[in-house]
Design a protein around this ligand. Structure first.
Ligand code: PAZ
Length: 370
């Protein structure tokens, strides 16, 4: 079956194979998820509750699926377990943020992630004492701070969980979150760590029923997911502090791709990470706010907490927001490397340092408006 030929008899075949959807045409033609209104209202009241009391961050987490059938038996997926998002949400909470945790259903979640069934099975924590069940003393030591932080977030209501499954769910929810958080202006942060598919099957190319193997090989032609970072930055939430992630499997692409994203979308920061080293090193790429000493390229080391190697390249351009930065602007790159930051403490997680850096930048972003 070719996906360019509609597998669903009642829907028209896609007129132009491999279409590029604009954001507008995407939302005009693709069906919203069934729970969109309820989830949007939950986000709206959460944001209103915390507006003026805490800064609010939207954390997106986990992978998105692309279903091949609307009665879904099969779907395309990606590797993300949601570790980055779930871990970061915990550090945002402990930094005093209210967190909208927008995550892939059944991916890792803040606090419970410490006890995932594959890495640290729950039953291994417990021991029988008479007729009771208790945590082993060794496990209780680890469990106590996690349980305290979990209970605090629960009692104070500082985290709202919103789940998605498909890339379509994700796009609709991101738009809703952007609009709902717009009144926060600079007090809102977006931390877009979810691994979002670049390709999707539009409604009119999705088979209604399970695709039959009797028809032979399966040919799929997927369309490109619209680049929603642009409307997020320029329309939905023009004042928010927006952090996107860039994942590559070749380190050499990280910086050029991150710079290209900044130039194209005009947001504040791209965090680059490579698939295999993502838990130990990341690079912050942002527009330079101070010119290189020489006026040309230069390396700057030390000075800022957590900064390992800071490099400023290119000619100085003012940091623009919501506008295209012409090629050749000045960029800063800050590498965070866990083994240089953790003082030998193997329990430390890179997200602690990432969030520390972000909180400082977010504060500066808010202060710059006053
Ligand atoms: O979920 P995880 O901890 O296994 O992976 C995190 C990540 C690599 C998905 C995230 O850090 C990231 O880079 N997200 C954006 C991926 C992208 O380029 O679409």
């Amino acid at each position: 079956m070719s996906a360019a030929t509609s597998p669903h008899p009642s829907r028209a075949a896609s007129p132009t194979p491999g279409r590029e959807f604009s954001t507008e045409s995407y939302f005009n033609t693709q069906r919203p998820p069934a729970r969109l209104e309820v989830q949007t209202e939950a986000m709206r009241s959460f944001v209103q509750k915390w507006d003026g009391k805490r800064r609010v961050v939207l954390v997106t987490s986990g992978g998105t699926t692309v279903p091949l059938e609307s009665n879904t038996v099969r779907f395309l997926d990606n590797f993300s377990a949601g570790t980055r998002g779930a871990t970061s949400a915990e550090y945002f909470l402990s930094a005093g943020y209210a967190v909208v945790f927008m995550h892939r259903l059944h991916s890792l979640r803040p606090f419970s992630r410490h006890y995932s069934h594959s890495l640290n099975p729950f039953l291994d924590l417990l021991t029988i004492s008479g007729d009771s069940v208790v945590a082993t003393p060794e496990q209780a030591k680890h469990l106590l701070p996690v349980l305290r932080a979990y209970n605090r977030a629960h009692d104070e209501g500082t985290m709202l969980s919103i789940d998605f499954q498909t890339v379509n769910d994700y796009l609709w929810l991101l738009r809703a979150a952007g609009q709902v958080m717009a009144p926060l202006e600079r007090r809102g942060m977006f931390y877009l760590a979810a691994a979002v598919s670049d390709f999707f099957l539009p409604d009119d190319k999705v088979a209604e029923h399970k695709i039959q193997s009797a028809k032979g090989s399966l040919h799929l032609e997927m369309d490109q997911v619209p680049k929603v970072l642009r409307p997020l930055v320029q329309e939905w939430t023009p004042e928010g502090y927006i952090v996107s992630f860039k994942l590559e499997t070749d380190d050499n692409f990280l910086i050029p791709k991150a710079r290209a994203a900044l130039a194209r979308y005009g947001h504040q920061l791209v965090i680059g990470n490579e698939l295999h080293t993502r838990k130990y090193r990341v690079v912050f790429v942002e527009r330079a706010i101070t010119p290189p000493a020489s006026g040309k390229e230069g390396y700057f080391t030390g000075g800022v907490r957590g900064l390992v190697d800071k490099r400023i390249t290119g000619a100085m351009t003012p940091p623009l927001r919501g506008a295209q930065t012409p090629g050749g602007g000045a960029y800063e790159e800050t590498w965070l490397e866990l083994d240089q930051l953790n003082g030998g403490d193997k329990e430390k997680e890179i997200e602690e340092y990432i969030i520390g850096e972000l909180v400082a930048r977010h504060e500066a972003w808010i202060a710059a408006k006053k």
